[in-house]
Design a protein around this ligand. Structure first.
Ligand code: SF4
Length: 538
């Protein structure tokens, strides 16, 4: 097993970034070979992992659609997913299934840390949940408490060392952390801690939280965690685990989703309720803004580390990120998207022959648009679900056709038809252009584009990977200019009022309790330096 034990000087923290029983660490620590491991590139990590039978190799080398996510499919990248269990003898198996249900929130790496109350057991790797874990690894992860993570990195690099949970040793024992979101003041805190002698082992902003806990003068872990949470700002959902306690915290605006459920006597925590459906847990409620839950042998205590501020759940969770079978603040995502389609039809009816949605996130809205207009919904676009990474390297010509490896038009559905194509957002405009052209090549007579969000004009600072402001097409072009750029016959974006109506949250909350910063530049927190604030999901 390739142990990568990193021993920082001065910070009071030891970092374990590779599967290992932490009780076995003492010998490995003594080798202090970790400094070299820290600088190893992905290929050597992959080779080492391959030699040891771990799951990294998929990450090494080129694959046929490498780089295409930004070139061909310039969708916003989902942030991360977290899952936790307290008090169940099969905590690791439950977490495996929970993380699998959250796979859409991050496909780059997956990890799990468990404890039996004495030792920590830990495994993580690059790739999908089912690639990272097998039965042996799940059996190895003993104990009744677990936290897990699936990751899509934003500006924190795509390396194993940034995969979560992050596990450290500090003066109080072992501690593990899994995060969804982004801290807007991470760079500032990190600079301050580095000036005071801390050495960071990852490029993940989550590590600052552990440093703050480790450096706390408080003599109990609960106060130390609370103090650390008070220092950080941004959009985050944290699961923090020590041997006998699980801490669950939500930022003071509740920007990122986090829910609590029960499975028998066990507590479960997840980014989305779809994970509870998978394991048979019962949803209890969403975690409140500024709330910190502490779960231990005495049960669950509800505390808070900050006063609740403007409630501001990410609007893009409703529009795009969350799974349709999830509920967010007790609103079903599929139903909300369907209403977006209905409102979109009211705002921008166009006479057409067929309605289609870009899979998967826009299918619900397309159904809503069709219901509202009476124009039939058809599957005019098909997503190839098997475009995972491969080591086959095609010619440049084939690479340029890469979008067709991911999406195809159904010629018999669109040929000769006036098509309304529903999508969730336009980022740079390149994807929309390709899809419109694909429909035209398949014979569509007209292509009318309808978008279930307002124009995406501003970057996100809370864990969503967005290009810089100048790359966002809506930041500099009028709607008519965008229409021309994407070669559509007509184009309409759902208005902000229409979105608020469709989501239908409590009317007396500002923006109905949603963050819409990327649409209206009205961010719920102080925004720090744009360049520095992008270090996401961990
Ligand atoms: S800025 Fe946009 S993407 Fe980011 S949290 Fe707010 S609504 Fe979501």
């Amino acid at each position: 097993m390739s142990h990568e034990i990193l021993i920082p000087g001065g910070s009071g923290l030891a970092f374990c970034s590779e599967p290992t029983r932490l009780a076995d660490r003492a010998n490995a620590v003594a080798t202090a070979a970790s400094a070299a491991a820290l600088s190893a590139d992905d290929a050597s990590q992959a080779a080492a992992a391959q030699a040891n039978g771990t799951s990294v190799p998929l990450w090494a080398g080129s694959y046929y659609n490498e780089g295409m996510d930004s070139d061909v499919f310039d969708k916003l990248k989902e942030e991360c997913g977290v899952f936790g269990v307290f008090g169940h003898p099969e905590a690791s198996a439950l977490s495996f299934f929970g993380l699998h249900a959250l796979q859409h929130r991050g496909e780059e790496s997956a990890g799990l840390c468990t404890t039996d109350g004495n030792e920590f057991f830990y495994h993580r790797g690059m790739g999908l949940v089912k690639e990272v874990f097998d039965n042996d690894k799940i059996q190895y992860l003993k104990g009744s408490m677990a936290i897990g993570h699936v990751r899509y990195s934003t500006s924190g690099e795509s390396k194993l060392q940034n995969a979560q949970p992050l596990v450290f040793k500090y003066r109080g024992g072992d501690i593990a952390i899994a995060t969804n979101g982004n801290l807007v003041n991470a760079a500032e805190i990190r600079r301050e801690l580095e000036e005071e002698g801390s050495i960071f082992q990852t490029t993940s902003d989550t590590e600052v939280v552990i440093h703050l806990i480790a450096r706390s003068k408080r003599d109990n872990i609960e106060d130390a965690v609370k103090d650390a949470l008070k220092r950080v700002e941004g959009g985050f959902a944290f699961l923090i685990m020590v041997h006998d306690k699980l801490f669950v915290a939500q930022d003071k605006n509740a920007l990122r989703p986090l829910v609590i459920g029960k499975l028998g006597d066990a507590y479960t925590f997840a980014s989305e309720t779809c994970a509870f459906e998978t394991i048979g847990a019962v949803y209890l409620r969403d975690i409140k803004p500024g709330e910190m839950l502490i779960v231990d042998k005495n049960g669950l205590r509800e505390e808070r580390f900050a006063e609740m501020e403007r409630r501001a759940i990410c609007a893009m969770e409703f529009i795009y990120f969350s799974r349709p079978d999830s509920d967010l603040d007790e609103i079903n995502i599929h139903m909300a998207r369907k209403r977006m389609g209905q409102v979109l039809a009211q705002e921008s009816f166009v006479d057409a022959d067929v309605i289609t949605g870009v899979p998967d996130s826009s299918i619900s809205a397309a159904i809503g648009f069709a219901e509202q207009t009476g124009i039939p919904y058809e599957i005019g676009l098909i997503k190839n679900r098997y475009t995972g990474r491969t080591f086959i390297q095609p010619s440049q010509e084939l690479r340029e056709r890469g979008v067709k490896m991911k999406l195809s038009a159904v010629r018999k559905v669109v040929e000769g038809k006036r098509v309304v194509m529903i999508d969730d957002s336009i980022v740079r405009g390149t994807t929309s252009l390709r899809i419109v052209n694909m429909l035209r090549e398949a014979g569509a007579a007209e292509v009318h584009v309808r978008i279930t969000s307002p124009p995406y004009k501003n970057p996100c600072f809370y864990g969503i990977d967005t290009p810089s402001r100048k790359e966002l097409i809506a930041s500099s072009k009028s709607i008519e200019e965008i229409r021309k750029a994407i070669n559509a016959d007509s184009l309409h974006f759902l208005t902000k009022e229409g979105l608020l109506e469709a989501v239908g949250r409590t009317k007396d909350e500002y923006n109905r309790g949603m963050c819409m910063g990327c649409f209206d530049n009205d961010y719920p927190t102080k925004v720090f330096d744009e360049e520095e604030a992008g270090c996401g999901c961990g």
